[in-house]
Design a protein around this ligand. Structure first.
Ligand code: AMP
Ligand code: MG
Length: 488
């Protein structure tokens, strides 16, 4: 384990691809940086002793004031479809890949410094990130990880008093984002659009070598790789839908080639169940509404197949991508069965799920609370209690009976079912108002303790945390409809 941050040495496999794939650029430091948040769990992944955070140099390294050993910083080249339109002018405008760290288990991790200053892809923007959005990304990465959903995570947030102009003047921050890869669908789109077929092949080979090594020798490796990308994307969509997560900006430049949740902007976990829920204030058409996410996942994969067409003939990739729908549907239904505590698979299950979601939407029930409390349902007790399992309202009469008879068919045992359900239905999610509390304390009082409290809570969202019980309930009135824009 590395006990001195000065001894951390980075590798640069992405840099070795050559400058067609990025723009070499060093971070532009922010003044007098300080540590806002530090994640010991991610430090351990990186084989870092969490005590390194106490070294005065730590914040200097992760704001670009000092350069880590071996680091060859760069901004990654990519393009992408934003809200359905191709944009050839994107790329890492403000995030800089510092290099790759090796974990104790040999796993390689990208260290990506977000908010590190302008790059060749910054267009008219300032290259910065504000504290508010850095906290939101930091907490949500941990929340998703705690829920078992593939995601980027963060090592730390560093801050500065340097002003950054958004709707108002805010202060600058940088996030050290950690992922096995930051390659996106858009990384391939950029090379396809520029007709750089040899580079396209090199990037595909690089991704396969590093992240899909079992396919390396396969003759049809590109097709097999695409099949796995389709499956991972379907799995991610099923994970999001089952937990009620809305990404908010599913542009192809935000779609990870590894099927990770990537780029947390105006995201949200649904509270009142509403299939058409949109979290992004800048998405009036609801392109990225909750119930459209799986379809957009598929659309984005189709865009990827166009980019990969020099490697995989369109007819063949179309067949592979057609596999998305059945894989997604099966995975989603599996997750919903688990949420209902069903062990067996039966044909009637899809209808049972759909009926329930219909009632929940009609009554605008809190998605997380409903499922968590459902584990107290008793097969033999005839009606729901006031506190819920299952809700006494007439809308539920029929469904409750159907659920009971379905549980009886597999001889479901109440306490066993409950213990399994409580490992699937979280008690805690990152509600928008929770992030807001952490942000307010940080911005207004320089108090960062709430960030750390929520990080710990969300790392184990299935456990009871009596001292945090308030956050398991519905949000307070002020926290119900927090407006989120793309501004970050
Ligand atoms: P996003 O919506 O966060 O995925 O960003 C889309 C594109 O805009 C990416 O290429 C970002 O690098 C770029 N971008 C967003 N904000 C900034 C900023 N403040 N400075 C430079 N580039 C930015
Ligand atoms: Mg992005």
């Amino acid at each position: 384990m590395i006990t001195d941050i000065n001894a951390l040495t980075l590798a640069n496999s992405y840099h070795s691809l050559g400058p067609d794939f990025y723009d070499p650029v060093a971070p532009t430091p922010i003044s007098s940086p300080y540590l806002v948040a530090f994640n010991p769990d991610v430090a351990k992944l990186l084989n870092l002793d969490p005590a390194v955070a106490e070294q005065p140099e730590f914040a200097e390294y992760f704001t670009g004031n000092r350069t880590l050993n071996g680091s060859q910083p760069l901004a990654m080249r990519y393009t992408g479809h934003q809200f359905g339109q191709y944009n050839p002018d994107i790329g890492d405008g403000r995030a800089i890949l510092l290099g790759e760290a090796r974990g104790a288990d040999g796993q390689i991790w990208d260290l990506h410094l977000k908010g590190a200053g302008r790059t060749a892809y910054a267009r008219v923007f300032d290259g910065r990130a504000v504290l508010r959005s850095s906290i939101r990304e930091y907490l949500c990465g941990e929340a998703m990880h705690g829920l078992g959903i593939p995601t980027t995570r963060s090592l730390c947030i560093t801050g500065s008093d340097d002003p950054v102009r958004r709707e108002t003047i805010e202060t600058a921050a940088m996030l050290v984002r950690v992922a096995q890869s930051h390659v996106r669908f858009g990384s391939f789109e950029a090379l396809f659009d520029a007709e750089e077929t040899e580079n396209l092949r090199r990037l595909a080979d690089y991704v396969i070598d590093r992240h899909f090594p079992h396919l390396k020798e396969a003759e049809d490796r590109y097709k097999q790789w695409l099949r796995e990308v389709v499956e991972r994307t379907a799995r991610l969509m099923a994970d999001w839908q089952a937990v009620g997560f809305v990404h908010g900006v599913m542009n192809t430049d935000n779609m990870s080639i590894l099927g990770l949740t990537l780029d947390y902007g105006p995201y949200g976990f649904m509270e009142e169940f509403n299939p058409g829920m949109v979290f992004n204030h800048s998405d009036p058409m609801g392109r990225y509404a909750y119930d459209r996410q799986p379809g957009i996942g598929l659309w984005n994969l189709q865009v990827l197949t166009v980019a990969l067409s020099p490697l995989i003939p369109r007819q063949e990739s179309a067949d592979i991508v057609a596999g998305f729908v059945p894989v997604y549907e099966e995975l989603y239904l599996d997750r919903m069965r688990q949420k209902l505590g069903l062990r067996e698979k039966r044909d009637e299950d899809a209808a049972l799920v759909q009926q329930l979601l219909g009632i929940m939407a009609e009554l605008r029930l809190d998605y997380t609370i409903f499922f968590r409390n459902l584990s107290d349902f008793q097969v033999k007790s005839q009606s729901g209690s006031a506190a819920h399992p299952v809700d006494t309202r007439p809308e539920f009469t029929e469904w409750r009976a159907a659920y009971r008879s379905r549980l009886k068919k597999e001889n479901s045992v109440d306490p066993f079912r409950k213990s399994v359900m409580d490992r699937v239905n979280p008690r805690y999610i990152l509600r928008s108002y929770m992030a807001q509390i952490a942000i307010q304390k940080a911005v207004e009082e320089r108090d960062y303790t709430e960030i750390e409290r929520f990080r710990q809570l969300l790392a184990t969202p299935f456990d009871e945390h009596p001292e945090m019980a308030d956050y398991a309930g519905e949000p307070p009135e002020w926290g119900r409809h927090i407006d989120l824009s793309c501004s970050s």
